[in-house]
Design a protein around this ligand. Structure first.
Ligand code: C5J
Length: 233
């Protein structure tokens, strides 16, 4: 059955702590920091001492989510954590934190670490943005801090967000909390996000959906796919 251009199409996703209802035309996917610097050897994640291989499965699931959102016409935003070449947007505290093998801005195997425009800061090829999709370059962990994301979502009447990306307890959780405080209804796709630390991922998912969904909802990609298959339109 064809749908009038103005009719909102609703999806009911089996989620925790209870079903998540989203209006397709007012929903955006926020794909967070699927960059070589976090996912591939030689990048920022590995210089911090992490096993980046843990993220590979989430990249595959995120690709499925991305394909499905594109198919449904859901707006797609890709974020990347990256800094200006002169580091003017990188707080000294961030650069100096810890004892990494390479710091932000240092030359690494994929170019300067976490610098916008360098190969390492770019997206992994399977999750590269398509023309027309928005790329948000962010200097912090949250995608709303010091970016135009909030203005762009407001301008396009987005009320609901699907979230995916890396890492679960850092940039994904920070962004979801920022979005929740701004009044967005947020669903984190559980298997399209990953952490270098399995226990941190589990704790983040539990925190998000605790207390009646104090930060939002979580569901596996399969639940989102099933919801679209069951949709009456
Ligand atoms: C981190 C991120 N982990 N994208 N960034 O430093 O989660």
């Amino acid at each position: 059955m064809s749908t009038p251009a103005t009719a909102v199409q609703w999806l009911d996703v089996a989620a925790a702590p209870y079903p998540f209802r989203l209006p397709l035309q007012h929903t955006a996917l926020i794909m967070i920091d699927m960059q070589r610097d976090f996912i591939l050897p030689g990048g920022f994640g590995e210089t911090l001492g992490n096993d980046v291989a843990r993220l590979a499965d989430a990249v595959k699931v995120a690709r499925g989510l991305l394909d499905w959102c594109r198919h449904l016409g859901i707006s797609v935003f890709h974020t990347k954590e990256a800094h200006a070449a002169d580091l003017s947007d990188c707080p000294t505290a961030k650069r100096n934190r810890g004892a990494p093998a390479l710091r932000i801005g240092d030359p690494g195997p994929m170019g300067r670490i976490l610098i916008d425009g360098e190969a390492g800061s770019d997206f992994v090829p399977e999750l590269a943005p398509l023309p027309g999709e928005t790329v948000i370059v962010k200097p912090g962990k949250g995608a709303f801090y010091a970016t135009a994301l909030g203005d762009l979502l407001r301008a396009t009447d987005i009320t609901h967000l699907l979230l995916a990306g890396v890492t679960t307890e850092v940039c994904v959780q920070t962004t979801m909390r920022e979005a929740n405080d701004r009044g967005y209804e947020c669903l984190l796709i559980e298997d399209a996000t990953e952490s270098y630390f399995p226990e941190f991922k589990a704790a983040t998912l539990a925190m998000i959906r605790a207390q009646g969904g104090i930060v939002g909802w979580t569901a596996p990609l399969s639940a989102f796919l099933t919801a679209t298959e069951k949709a009456p339109w």
